[in-house]
Design a protein around this ligand. Structure first.
Ligand code: DHB
Ligand code: FE
Length: 284
């Protein structure tokens, strides 16, 4: 059977993608950000998955305000980097895994989560920046990726509890796939940030630190945090953090297994308008 071996959590700041694409990673502003991911790039080489299940949010790129799925699973064979207004990022096309994605769709929908099935979609910075942070600038991404888009842009957004429960359903789905695949689940977005209005530029380090602590140690309690707390304390875009609970819900301890090992933890302010947060948790 397939199994989830690790979860990775990271911010997806678009300016990080631009810094990489424009060769600015060694500039004093960006150097500490990329340094925080040096461990992770080596870790991914040493722990190369067969498939990455990548939870992210689309930023009105593939889904305009015309149509807004709460949870959407990418079942296509490939996904092109999106043009977000400055041309598509010069990064590889994302190769999907239609067989595993279709199996997960079947299993998770039968576990009573209504997923939207997406057979054609371009992927924006929410998906490509995390890949760039952990893979650098390869000719091709190291493995197939299943994009899983969550609506955290247009209210109403899903609760942390719903996301945590969904992660548990995704774990069951992966474990019922009849091929010995090593699957990683990535949760992206965050940390505290607000991009508009009078509170634009908000960063809340105390909130972010407590979120990381609780995500590691007591995710079931963290899942109970109401969305209004994210908005009040972490800013309007801080709500992206509920996506981390999907990845955390898919870890072994939530299903009665051993607690995960913290392979890496990183936090840095500032990068563009946000705090950068990053965690790697391994199932033992
Ligand atoms: C920024 C962060 C985001 O998560 C995003 O989607 C867009 C912009 C920023 O920090 O500028
Ligand atoms: Fe975002």
């Amino acid at each position: 059977m397939a199994r989830i071996t690790a979860s990775v959590y990271t911010s997806h700041i678009p300016a990080i993608g631009a810094a990489l694409d424009l060769g600015k990673t060694h500039e004093p502003y960006w150097q500490p950000v990329f340094q925080g991911y040096e461990f992770s790039r080596q870790w991914l080489k040493d722990n190369r998955p067969d498939v990455i299940f990548l939870v992210y949010n689309d930023h009105a790129t593939a889904f305009s305000l015309d149509m807004i799925p709460t949870f959407a699973i990418g079942t296509a064979a490939e996904f092109k980097p999106a043009d977000e207004g400055w041309g598509a990022r010069p990064v590889p096309t994302v190769i999907g895994h239609p067989e595993l994605a279709s199996h997960i769709a079947q299993s998770v929908i039968q576990q009573d989560f209504d997923l939207t099935i997406v057979n054609k979609m371009d992927v924006d910075h929410g998906l490509t920046v995390p890949l760039s942070l952990l893979c650098g600038q390869p000719q091709a991404w190291p493995c197939p990726v299943i994009p899983f888009a969550v609506n955290v842009v247009q209210y109403p957004v899903p609760s942390g509890q719903r996301c945590f429960n969904l992660g548990q359903a995704i774990r069951k789905a992966v474990e019922s796939y009849d091929e010995p695949l090593n699957v990683q689940i990535w949760g992206t977005g965050g940390m505290s940030h607000q991009l508009q209005g009078p509170r634009a530029g908000l960063i809340n380090k105390a909130f972010d630190t407590a979120f990381l602590d609780q995500l590691i140690a007591d995710p079931a309690a963290l899942a109970k945090k109401p969305h209004i707390d994210y908005v009040r304390e972490a800013g309007s875009e801080g709500i992206e953090l509920v996506m981390w609970l999907i990845a955390r819900g898919a870890m072994a301890d939530v299903a009665g297994g051993k607690p995960p090992r913290v392979a890496h933890r990183f936090y840095h302010v500032p990068a563009s308008n946000t705090a950068v947060g990053h965690l790697i948790l391994e199932n033992s």
